[in-house]
Ligand binder design. Sequence first.
Ligand code: C2E
Ligand code: CA
Ligand code: CA
Length: 561
Amino acid sequence: MPKDPDSPEPHTNPASNERAPISPADVKRALEAGEFVPYFQPLVKLRTGQVAGFEILARWQHPTLGLIMPNDFIPLAERDGWIGALTTEILLRALACAHMIPAPLTLALNVSALQLRDPDLPQQILAVLTAGRFSAERLVIEITESALVGNVDHARAIARRFKAMGCRLALDDFGTGYSSLRHLQSMPFDKIKVDRTFVASMTRRRDSRKIAATVVGLGQSLDLITVAEGIETTEQAEMLLWLGCDLGQGYLYGLPSPPEELPNIIAAPPIRIGTGENTSWKTAVSSYLDTQPAQRLAHLQAVYDGAPVGLAFIDRNLRYVNLNRRLADMNSISVENHIGRPVAEVIPALFPLFEPLLLRALEGEVITGLEMKIPASGIKPEQTRLLSYHPAIDEAGEVVGVSLACVDITDRKRVQEELRQSEEHYRNMVEFNPQVLWIMNPRGENIDMSSRWERITGLTKEYALGHGWLEIVHPSDTQPILDALASQPHNAAPVLVDFRLRHNDGHWHWMRLRGVPHFNRDGKIVHWYGSIGDINDLKLTEEALRADARAHSTGPGNLPS
Ligand code: C2E
Ligand code: CA
Ligand code: CA
């Protein structure tokens, strides 16, 4: 339909796109006929999805035009002076349905900018509340931010009257008007409602997200309840919950609905968010978000300062945002001289070592357990540090900085090195010993042999395990060995057994086993420690001497004459 430029700005029903000029007579008739009705949109607790109350939104049920939306008649009501009558009418009708809204659920009523100049407004509302037997404590008066421009003194006086009645005050459309902070300070608000334009774009636009986060943070620090409007997706709801927002309102939780829908909305199962896949971290964080930001900061600082490791948070520009004293001490620079300054400036000599790691973490890589030698400088000796770099990811999945943890393991490393050296000495002592060193249990089962065993027998150490070693002991010598090891000497006297062992040359060699018992607390032998040494030459010499002696004793010179 072509627009007639001379006609007064027509009312448009967006649903049908029909034009219909509204006359004062129309309005009078509509008010009398009860065509203005309240719709109810639920406000829910983001954490639990439970309904906390409803916002009353006006609708005009026009007999021929159908349902007319408030943006199409509220400006007219303000301009033509029937906004007061409309407000009381809508509240009266809403309270007629209040029996369907159990306490402590609240009702929120929108009040126009213009009405904040009317000193009788609180009294009129009180009269309706009394008539409807509805407690003023359960009524929230929503004042749009733009309403506060110009007439703050009037508005403040009226707001105080509402507060005195027991009503609560919400600052609507927060973030869209002017001098918001001044209003927040001068007016006794209980709630702020984050405007839906920020919510709509917060999952896509970083700046909207920052504004939403700031508004929520501001509300929390002023001890106000924060409400987010226009939530349409679970992603938005999750992000708002994660930011610490208390209440949510929007199509996700329920459309503005006629009164007959109230019981259904209240009885419907709550929409809980943050319980799906990949959101466990958000749920975990959400309980933490119960606390106020100031408390959270104190909490975080306590964690930082109490941690037995050096900690720092470094932003995308590679500047120290926060760090604890332990890390400051490692750098030999005060905490204050770190904060806000670039890493490159604070520790220029070490920066080339750390920069690649920081950049990798900013790309999203998690680096843990990295050992790094920090070269000696001045009087400071070389140090070894164990480093971890974790990307810090914000609610939209972007890396906003790096959390770094650092432990000085110089002492631990030194002890490890000493231990390694001493182990090496022991190992060499054992391996280079000309004797076979061994450990056995009282049953004569071998637990370990030194590698000398392999060289003299040509068999592996594994072969010798258990009773394996006895297989190359002369059969007549095995029992004396087993008997000796099974004995229970009262003192720790070593046992000595001479026996024959087949060497890799295929011959029997005389060996001497020497073992010392090791007792447990009950005085029982648990292990034997000992050695096996080659005494073949000794034995052969002995035998030769003995044979010689025999020969002499039976020789002709000694024969009886
Ligand atoms: P408002 O106070 O900001 O109310 C919220 C508006 O956002 C409502 O529009 C609601 O339908 C809409 N909304 C709710 N959830 C969503 C969502 O998820 N996505 C989107 N895109 N919109 C959502 P509605 O009902 O058209 O009301 C428009 C405005 O008219 C209200 O904005 C309020 O400022 C004013 N208004 C409504 N009823 C009254 C009234 O009784 N008195 C006065 N003075 N103003 C009223
Ligand atoms: Ca509102
Ligand atoms: Ca709003």
